[in-house]
Design a protein around this ligand. Sequence first.
Ligand SMILES: Cc1cc2nc3c(=O)[nH]c(=O)nc-3n(C[C@H](O)[C@H](O)[C@H](O)COP(=O)(O)OP(=O)(O)OC[C@H]3O[C@@H](n4cnc5c(N)ncnc54)[C@H](O)[C@@H]3O)c2cc1C
Length: 423
Amino acid sequence: MRTTTVVVGAGQAGLAMSWWLARLSIDHVVIERGEVANSWKTERWDSLRLLTPNWQSRLPGYGYQGDDPDGFRTMSETVRFIEGYAEVMSAPVRSHSTVTSVRSRDDGYEVLTDQGSWQSETVVLATGACNTPVVPAFAEAVPSSISTLTPLHYRNPEQLEQGGVLVVGASASGIQIADEIHRSGRHVTLAVGEHVRVPRVYRGKDIKWWMDVSGVLDQRYDEVDDIVKARNVPSLQLAGYPDRRTIDLNSLTRIGVKLVGRLAGIKEGKALFSGSLRNVCALADLKMNRLLDTIDEWAAGSGVDTEVGPTHRFESTVVEESPPLLLDLARGRIRTIVWATGFRPDYSWLDIPVLDYKGYVRHDGGLVEAPGMYLLGMPFLRRRKSSLIDGVGDDARDLSAHLASYLRDRSLTSRPAMQLAGG
Ligand SMILES: Cc1cc2nc3c(=O)[nH]c(=O)nc-3n(C[C@H](O)[C@H](O)[C@H](O)COP(=O)(O)OP(=O)(O)OC[C@H]3O[C@@H](n4cnc5c(N)ncnc54)[C@H](O)[C@@H]3O)c2cc1C
């Protein structure tokens, strides 16, 4: 089968690209191993709600239409929202078709799937940033008496054995899962490494509203000093609870969660924690206050000051004097470990030499180091908001425009030379 562009993945990124390609009259298919919104359908826990408010789901030609713009969608509402997008644009999705290989050909690419193969001039990689959990190598040393799982397989506390739980990682997934499991009656210890603390609401407005209106989310990849670092910043410590409460280390400590430092290793059945808890918390407090300073400066300069509440600051993170540095996993009360230590993409099916030594696609703002190949949906791909539902549309617009000009140039250079009269 032949088409001009194969888009791999029918999440919001693949669909946003499909919307722009249709506007540019570029023939394409969107190949999906599951169904539209597969990741939201199959890889999220039951109680999860988006941490971005409903209004912040602006996809090209599509957005939130309901009467609760400040609410946070459940997973079934999120799936419905993305499915609705595919339906209104009649996206050419080929579902239940797994891409098993993408190879170069003289005239473009060959995309092999378990349902047949495609030839195309261009390929868009939109398979998501969170295909595989990142788990430290020392996880192998966890005693066999302890069950382990990751947020991709965690669904609810009922699936866990009775007994204590060690949650490793205190970014968005880790703190939400720690909160839920502790409230289910199990004692939770939370291992805290580098994290990004933000309040849910500041001066009466949602933090995402502030980041949106002040332009923080629009910051471009070629404007930041250290893009490698910016692309590796952990997710915000934030949750979309219906009561809009802030979840942070203080709120977890208040309900009885025990904080320990970053899990540095496991030796002879014992978990070893770094002594840096105090420092990482102080750094997160400092960075949060810097963000709030930026917001206050922007509010004063833009005249928004008079429409919002007064400036204030939040209580520093409370850390006990000497948090434990060691936990006996073999003999203690921990029965389960949840590795909330991040995710990574999986390109094991990509047979083109564009991966760096860590297995990530080398690219410049989504232009992959292979002609006619594009990447979408990665953290800070072109903008700070690139990996969000609300951000991928702008990246898809930029990259579809590049793709269209690539096709134009290609058709010009491949046209047979004009015969001069009498030549
Ligand atoms: C726990 C969690 C919470 C999040 N919360 C928010 C939030 O509140 N707000 C927000 O804006 N963002 C949030 N995100 C970030 C982001 O919006 C999601 O990760 C989103 O799913 C990314 O969309 P995507 O289209 O880039 O990738 P995905 O949704 O992962 O879509 C990629 C698609 O590619 C398919 N695929 C993969 N490999 C293949 C293959 N070989 N062949 C065929 N198909 C393939 C997958 O099945 C999938 O459907 C969250 C992410 C996570 C992990």
